[in-house]
Design a protein around this ligand. Structure first.
Ligand code: BES
Ligand code: MN
Ligand code: ZN
Length: 511
């Protein structure tokens, strides 16, 4: 993580008498039992403040009391929640994120969040408190690596709290032991999300393919088996589609394969997650316009998600066999770069006419998808890629595009999307779209013309999916980077997909 993480602990309920305290109030302004006790101890100071401020316990409203008289506290935040009875795990997570954003270290390095009403009402003992804590971890993420101390001091008024300034959060709840137990796997997932965010936020001069491979290799210490294939090996594997993307760059191309065998030999065939890792996408010879090109440092968000997911699976010791495979490459124009019109041979044997060198993501995935199917015979494959600008036109930043040859896998992804609020929306595939990528001189061309850009890109990928492999492609160009701020994310690199796929695996493979 880029910022010092806040330590989280869980403790039993008791009326807090010092420091920064957060309590909850439901619709109508009804305080939690602890809140009521505190109100009484303070001679009605909380209900009086609520009245004066017209605080009614509405979701996303806060009654902020500094040094509330008679309570001995530095600050009391009463956070509105609407009705808690209907809260899902994700609602609790978002509440935790919302609360974290309201906290600052100015009144002290520690804050106490009291969620007792929560634990009593939810069907999942401990889940409410655990998710509040996880939401706080996700919301605290900031990418501060390149903000120097001197820059902070010359900007005379930079008093922004840094996430690390809040050293500790204590979550009070009815069942701290249950909460602690539930929090452990959630923390692993948060670590995976924040690892993915770090990768996406890094500039491309630092996070080139070799550096990305190195950081993935370092995940071996979690129990993952990590193999990095270099260009010599990629040539041997005949990955001509992937290699033609990187041939204009001074930086060598890699494929990294992460294996997690949490279900052991009797767990059977693994599932496979594949990611586009274009560390920078200039467009190549079909070069992109200058405006906004800097965002193309995030064109490896698919690969970052795969790495973050594999870290999460390993850290929470998920009972699943899973393969994560990523193609790491830089798309640059130069004297050695691929030209429009060049024809390359993919690992599958299919020849590809490269009409537009900016449609490079599909070339990367073509070979990595084939490699994974050949070597691991996966139960299913999901790939993630910042593949097309057209998906932003179609779906904006609210949904990732979902394309699939399998209704069950699609439905499971949609369900996981609803549960995690990392939503996906299915778009069609079909033979008529496939006709749009027929080439005059090769087996297939890498663009399909003006219409249905996201679909023809997906159609291209499907050419490299074997008939009996259940497969889904997630186009995350809108959701993986520069996504809108939310309660649990203020980072440019969102880490989209880690929670989604973690949930898919937990629900469908670890039952
Ligand atoms: N990496 C881009 C897609 C992208 C665009 C990601 C905006 C994130 C934000 C991809 O490689 C690309 O350049 N796609 C082209 C395809 C076209 C040449 C058919 C595009 O979308 O314009
Ligand atoms: Mn491109
Ligand atoms: Zn790209």
């Amino acid at each position: 993580m880029s910022s010092k993480p806040t330590a989280i602990s869980f403790s039993a309920l008791s009326v807090p008498t010092q420091g920064v305290v957060v309590i909850l109030a439901e619709e109508g302004g009804a305080l939690s039992p602890t809140g009521k006790a505190m109100d009484k101890a303070g001679g009605g100071v909380i209900s009086q403040a609520a009245k004066v401020n017209d605080f009614k316990g509405k979701k996303k409203t806060v009654l902020d009391m500094l040094v509330p008289s008679g309570l001995g506290l530095a600050r009391l935040l009463v956070v509105g929640t609407d009705k808690l009875s209907g809260y899902s795990e994700n609602d609790w997570l978002e509440l935790g994120g919302f609360i974290r954003a309201k906290l600052s270290a100015k009144q002290g390095p520690q804050a106490t969040i009291v969620v007792e009403a929560a634990s009593a009402r939810t069907k999942l003992p401990g889940a409410a408190a655990a998710n509040v804590a996880a939401g706080a971890l996700l919301a605290a993420y900031k990418f501060l690596k390149y903000k120097t101390k001197s820059a902070k001091s010359t900007n005379g008024k930079n008093n922004d709290d840094q996430p690390g300034d809040l050293a500790r959060i204590v979550v009070q709840c009815a069942g701290p032991a249950a909460a602690r137990k539930q929090f452990a796997p959630l923390k692993a997932v948060c670590n995976g999300v924040n690892f993915a965010r770090d990768l996406v936020n890094e500039p491309a001069n630092i996070l080139h393919p070799g550096e990305f491979a190195k950081r993935v290799k370092a995940l071996s210490k979690t129990g993952l088996k990590v193999t990095v294939l270099d260009e010599k090996e990629l040539k041997k594997q005949k990955m001509g589609a992937l290699l033609c993307v990187g041939q204009g760059s001074a930086k060598p191309t890699y494929v990294a394969v992460m294996e997690w065998s949490g279900a052991g030999a009797k767990g059977g065939k693994p599932v496979a997650i594949v990611g586009k890792g274009v560390c920078f996408d200039t467009g190549g010879i079909s070069i992109k316009p200058a405006g906004g090109m800097e965002d193309m440092k995030g064109d490896m968000a698919g690969a970052a998600c795969v790495a973050g997911l594999m870290l999460a699976l390993a850290e929470r010791k998920a009972k699943v066999n899973a393969i994560g495979a990523i193609g790491l490459v830089e798309n640059m124009p130069s004297g050695t770069a691929t030209r429009p019109g060049d024809i390359v041979t993919s690992m599958s044997g299919q020849t590809i006419e490269v009409i537009n060198t900016d449609a490079e993501g599909r070339l990367v995935l073509a070979d990595v998808l084939w490699y994974v199917q050949e070597n691991f015979k996966p139960k299913w494959v999901v790939n993630l890629a910042t593949l097309t600008g057209a998906i932003l036109v179609a779906l904006g930043k609210e949904h990732a595009g979902l394309f699939s040859n399998n209704d069950d896998l699609s439905a499971n992804l949609a369900k996981a999307g609803e549960a995690t609020n990392e939503k996906v929306w299915r778009l069609p595939l079909g033979p008529k779209y496939d006709e749009m990528i027929k080439s005059k001189t090769a087996d297939i061309k890498n663009i399909g013309g003006r219409h249905a850009g996201s679909i023809t890109a997906a159609q291209f990928l499907q050419r490299f999916i074997k008939k009996d492999t259940p497969w889904a492609h997630l186009d995350i160009a809108g959701t993986g980077m520069a996504a809108p701020r939310s309660d649990i994310n203020t980072s440019w690199g969102s880490g989209f997909g880690v929670r989604l796929l973690n949930r898919l695996i937990a629900d469908t493979e670890e039952k």
